[in-house]
Design a protein around this ligand. Sequence first.
Ligand SMILES: Cc1cc2nc3c(=O)[nH]c(=O)nc-3n(C[C@H](O)[C@H](O)[C@H](O)COP(=O)(O)OP(=O)(O)OC[C@H]3O[C@@H](n4cnc5c(N)ncnc54)[C@H](O)[C@@H]3O)c2cc1C
Length: 501
Amino acid sequence: MDFPNAGPNTAGHNQWYPFMDRPLPEQVDGVLQNPPVVPLSNVSALPSSARYVVVGAGIHGLSTAYHLAMALERSGKGKGSDVVLIDKQGPGAGATGLACGCVRNLYMTGPLHSILRASVEVWESDPVNFGFQQVGYVSIGEENQTEDYIKLNQSQIDSGYPSDLYTGDDAHRFLTSIWPDFKTDKCDVVLHEHRSGYAGTHMVMWGLDQKCQQWGVQRVYGVEVTGYDMGSGNASSGAGGGVGGGSVKAVETTAGTITCDQVVIGAGAWTPRHWEWLGGPNTLDIVYPDGHIANDHAMWTYWRLLEGEVWMPPGVDYRTADGKDAPVLHVELMNTPVYGDDGEMIQDHVYTYTRYAAERVGAPGLQGGTIPIPIGDSAQVEPYGHLSDAYQADEWFPEYYCKTLGMLFKRFENLEPYFKQRRNGGIGAFTPDNVPIFDHVADNAFVIADSNHGFKMIGVGKLTADMLITGEMPWELTPFGFNRFAAGTTYGDRNSNCPWV
Ligand SMILES: Cc1cc2nc3c(=O)[nH]c(=O)nc-3n(C[C@H](O)[C@H](O)[C@H](O)COP(=O)(O)OP(=O)(O)OC[C@H]3O[C@@H](n4cnc5c(N)ncnc54)[C@H](O)[C@@H]3O)c2cc1C
């Protein structure tokens, strides 16, 4: 199907958004460099030593650096400048810069509900500078998902994250009370999370970077970490705590070596490389709660995401019946096929998520996606995201995404001409059970491997900072240790239609 290259821009301005009308970024050795999504200012040179080195200026690295610097200053236990944040590009050069920005607690994995509660507390702490819109989150399933939704709703309530559950006619009434033109067929169970919403990815990068500056973090951008000096210790010996054991004496970079006491790694899709440098295994035997074992399982699996953006047709909006910015919408109708204009089935299911995205689209518009696609245990990570020729959203995606919205809303029955044709891509590194690992990979090196769940998990950086200040692992993080794979507490018993479990 042919789409125009540019849809109508009702705002009449051309908001500058990376990778659309922007010139290509610089190349190093023939490889395009993923650009940061905020302008860089007051960048520090790499010092020769620091108490804390944080690697990666995505959501986790920036949140850790900000919360740690603030906690050091406030507790009198140190200075904000004790924290050195290193990124080979700058804020948002990885997944964080292109995430859809949905903030939700829709997980079948119960322990994640407390991580999300802690995260939403951070989003709520400064919604303006984090670009957080607390519009709520509405997820919809078919009847066969009712039992899962009941469990999920209870677990959210137990973790201090209130949500409402509706089934049958109540579900239909609830949906049409928000969107009178909503087509409720097959929408048998609905969960409404009140505290969830979405955040502008560029805004939160800007906000966190500013907060790091304000608390004195030494922000070293344009410097790449090339390895970790483990001194005379053996990273893969298994001695000491963490995954591989050993201690990092210094972080090696393209600007020299920096000695340090503690390292935190928030490297997104680049995590497997850091993991290997630190002595983490490439494969492992995984024990599940029912006793079965998966031998020689790959440590990391890459998935590519399918997402895109669409302008609003003239006169159409994504507002509620009472004129408010509408909740983020997530729909899984796994027994409902989606057909194209030619009558051919595009996919045998509706799996779609959508949020209002004017700040992203450059005019009133939506951003959303569907189930990601597995790549395998190796992937071409550079250049990343929209710059990658290898991992763009498939050709069927624009029609599929628009059709799913047309099946759900009368107002969106003719969206295809408004799809914003441009590069859309991004990959993530997932753990063996697709649930995050928050753990030490060496005695003094803590890894935040969010398994590509984590734009929303801004609170993990705060919990990590608490751990570094107090020496105690916060209880919210303990269910995400690496030892679960050997201990038989591997996650994997949940019903989920995609790897966001
Ligand atoms: C298309 C897409 C849509 C998504 N949508 C959502 C969503 O709606 N909601 C949600 O919650 N999550 C979403 N996610 C997932 C989420 O974006 C990621 O889980 C999260 O942003 C990862 O953050 P991070 O800080 O770990 O990594 P990143 O944001 O990838 O940051 C890692 C940083 O580390 C730097 N780095 C890596 N290696 C080195 C090195 N050797 N030296 C120096 N610096 C290095 C990189 O330059 C990068 O800036 C989406 C992901 C993608 C790809």
